[in-house]
Design a protein around this ligand. Structure first.
Ligand code: RAT
Ligand code: ZN
Length: 428
């Protein structure tokens, strides 16, 4: 009791300008974040969850960099075994060059976090270390090192590797939240409608007749199976809404009503130019500026829906903040993919704080390989810390005292509370 009173008193004392930086750093370190969009998976979904050194080194962000620093051609690279791929990338990007890019430096940070050599000629020691880890305990350790309590997954019910595990009744895991991902339905209907048809849903190639109602029934069935915290889709830079297209009709007649019915948000990740270089496979996508009038229309015409929004183009960030000021059913989140570099994270986070206060979600990791959350969240804390501290210093200068309790509350709101509230995971 005594300690609590003392702590409370310390927490509500005005901080001197010189104390603010350290206090922000401390609160960011102490907070347990929710990672609101990852490609990580709970162990009960089987081998879809990637982890370990060979996966870390062959991350598609690094594959894109390989072809700039090696003479190997994509076609030859794809013929290699995964271990050979990792060796080729390690040699080109870590031995023959300094790993100064964001994605390469991330691997170094992970190696360092586990006390593994960062300058060796090969990956032998790292491979031995990861081979000795037991997954569930390793996940808990990695989350602890990353300062996060939970990861939100990306679960596409039409993913052939994952769907059978759900159908078998994959055991839920408190460390992982499901998300119903819609890319195969909304962006690749031609390749997937037959799977739905095969499962007894009355759909056809052009999505005519009962198709959209049947997709809604499919979503309801998967909602019951997965209990997702939101539905999600990535969209091209040319995305338009409303639109007389298959995707436009699916959104209007199946997805938006389903989200309303289940009281969950829809996450739109807009601005991908898919496979501008198909030879690079997963690493072959680029970015394009999107027309955010589609977001404006959705927010205004569907006030009963809530939208988590991430846009990939740097040029779209300011207008997204403007739209978020107009519509409380929009929640900007993350510095996605090509934006997740300190220079751009800094610019975007400052802009969001200035325009939206603490009513946004600064970052998600987008980790595809488990251990990446260690470096991605460390980088976020490092970049966001000084920006928050600067905002508090300006506030103090302008006449409003800042306390440790203020900082603690704001960090919790930014890195978990906004998400919990927006998804309805926590009421109030
Ligand atoms: O950032 C990435 O890893 C991209 O390849 C995509 O996965 C993107 O994040 C997405 O979820 O579509
Ligand atoms: Zn992603």
């Amino acid at each position: 009791m005594q300690t609590a009173t003392v702590d409370q008193a310390a927490g509500s004392r005005a901080l001197a300008a010189s104390q603010i930086g350290a206090a922000v750093e401390h609160e960011l370190r102490a907070a347990q974040f929710i990672d609101i969009h990852t490609h990580l998976y709970m162990p009960s979904l089987g081998p879809v969850g990637l982890w370990g050194i060979d996966n870390l080194v062959t991350y598609h962000y690094l594959e894109a960099e390989l072809f700039r620093s090696s003479t190997i051609q994509p076609a030859a690279y794809w013929q290699l075994s995964q271990r050979e791929k990792a060796d080729a990338i390690w040699k080109a990007l870590f031995v023959e060059n300094a790993p100064v890019s964001e994605a390469t430096r991330g691997v170094i940070a992970v190696l360092q976090a586990f006390g593994l050599p960062t300058e060796s000629e090969d990956l032998r020691e790292a491979r031995a270390f990861f081979a000795a880890q037991k997954l569930p305990a390793h996940i808990r350790n990695v989350f602890k090192l990353a300062g996060m309590s939970e990861a939100v997954m990306t679960n596409d019910p039409l993913d052939p590797a994952e769907a059978p595990e759900w159908l078998k009744g994959a055991e839920p895991d408190p460390l992982f939240h499901p998300v119903l991902r819609l890319d195969r339905i909304l962006n690749k209907w031609a390749d997937h409608w037959q799977i739905l048809a095969g499962q007894g849903y009355q759909v056809d190639a052009q999505a005519t007749g009962k198709s959209t109602a049947e997709v809604r029934r499919f979503l309801a069935d998967w909602h019951a199976r997965m209990k997702p915290v939101y539905m999600a889709v990535s969209l091209p830079d040319m995305f338009q809404f409303p639109e007389d297209s298959l995707r436009g009709r699916m959104l209007a007649e199946a997805v938006l009503p389903a989200c309303r019915e289940f009281g969950i948000p829809l996450s739109l990740m807009i601005g991908v130019r898919y496979l501008v270089n198909p030879a690079l496979k997963l690493a072959g996508d680029a970015v394009g500026k999107a027309d955010l009038r589609a977001v404006e229309y959705l927010a205004r015409e569907y006030p009963e829906n809530r939208f988590l929004i991430s846009v990939l183009s740097r040029e779209n960030q300011h207008e997204l903040c403007v739209y978020a000021r107009k519509f409380a059913n929009l929640m900007p989140f993350g510095c996605w993919w090509f934006l997740n570099n300190p220079s751009i994270v800094e610019e975007m986070t400052r802009e969001r704080l200035e325009m939206l206060g603490t009513s946004f979600i600064p970052q998600h990791s987008d980790a595809r390989i488990l251990e990446q959350v260690i470096y991605k969240w460390r980088n976020t804390r490092r970049t966001v810390g000084p920006i928050l501290a600067n905002a508090y210093r300006l506030l103090a200068e302008d006449g409003r005292a800042v306390t440790r309790a203020d900082i603690q509350r704001d960090v919790a709101r930014l890195f978990r509370g906004n998400f919990e509230k927006f998804t309805g995971m926590k009421k109030q």
